[in-house]
Design a protein around this ligand. Sequence first.
Ligand code: UD1
Ligand code: CA
Length: 459
Amino acid sequence: MDIQVIILAAGKGSRMKSRLPKVLHQIAGKSLVQHVVDNCHSMGANHCHLVVGHGAEQVKQSLEKEKKLKLSFVEQMEQLGTGHAVKMTLDGLKDDTPTLILYGDVPLTHHDTLSQLVEIHQDDPSGIALMTCLLDDPAGYGRITRDDGNQVTGIVEHKDATEAQKAINEINTGIMCCNSSQLKTWIGQLDNNNAQGEFYLTDIIAMAVADGNKVTAAQPVELYEVEGINTLRQLAELERIWQLKMAEELMDGGVTIRDPGRFDLRGSLSCESDIIIDINCVFEGQVILKAGAQIGANCYLKDCTVGENAIIKPNSVIEESVIDEECSVGPFSRLRPGTHLHRNSHVGNFVEIKKSNLGEGSKAGHLSYIGDCEVGQSVNIGAGTITCNYDGANKHKTIIDDGAFIGSDSQLVAPVRVGKNVTVGAGTTVTSDIEDDALCISRVKQKQISTWTRPVRQK
Ligand code: UD1
Ligand code: CA
């Protein structure tokens, strides 16, 4: 779609009561302005002009890595109004490509809704396509005025409206699409002769009509698409609306979500069939759940894959890890980056694993730390086993070969290798390699003192 976009994002957002520029607050783990940019990309726009002002550097920095489409930043030093903000971009606009105007704080407009608005404009290229909607409580918004023939004649801002105009409940969402050379002319004619002393973009509507052009209003499919963020309350409300929508899409695709009101996705979640997700789970980055996987209550999963029929029990935290089919994890497990659990392995409560492979059928059931470790197949790691992988300066590897049995409360001081089918007695500190099939034990021999008497408290 040959369209250039202006995104207005210079405002301060004082009602957010935050040091962070408003458009950098997040919904579903992504900044408001990034949502807008992504929507532009989805609709096929090729160039976005971003008007930045408050927190300009931070906003620019946040979009530094944006490669999907061309971004130009223009700084508006003083926020003299939406019309003034658009004025900043005019030099960069191509005359022969229509311009779509969006707000950086209206994050969730569907790309189809935007495309439809552009198409309405294309049907009548000298007119303006304007996104409006009907609100029960239109207070604060610009109102759409229409003539006796129901044609749009202009927009009056709330602060400039008469009582009769305030009763109008069709409001301006701020989103519009128009011819770029006409836009340049109209913007050049704006004044700030109004209640707020600002250059209102909205005044171009009446100008267009006066020039004999038609303004066609269109409505979004759903109201949330045009909802702007001014306060942290609104941010939280829109977050819940969006989360519910994503949960509903997953449910429509066959995912069981125990309570869609307690589901959070901050990235992408790809699900095969027969997945069950219990309450209060957070999914971040790219998460893949294979057929039959189950995620228990209160789990946090970031950038990971959960294999077929694997079960993640409640309160587990999993990052940058791969869990193969038939594994079970948790409750209360922590898998840190670089963990790979092979088929049918098991990690239990209060076990932390980092940068390690746990081979097929191996188990670490309770209270262990496994770091920088290669664990073979059918290994049993007893409760309280710790790989001492760090000497204060460098990390070292531990290798535990197939079939080994590590007794409870053992320490494996890396670098060290435990051979095949080795048995390590409980409480052992392993400091050097153990050959296959051996028993290794470093326990102090037990002593018994029969003559001993327990002290008694003195009166
Ligand atoms: C604007 C519209 C109003 C509409 C409402 C929808 C005007 C005059 N009014 O009002 O009709 O109902 O949005 O939410 O356009 N901005 C700049 N530079 C500025 C001023 C604003 O970049 O100098 C940006 C803001 O960061 C924001 C957007 O423009 O993203 C809208 O500005 P805001 O002050 O919120 O406009 P409203 O008064 O709400
Ligand atoms: Ca606003």
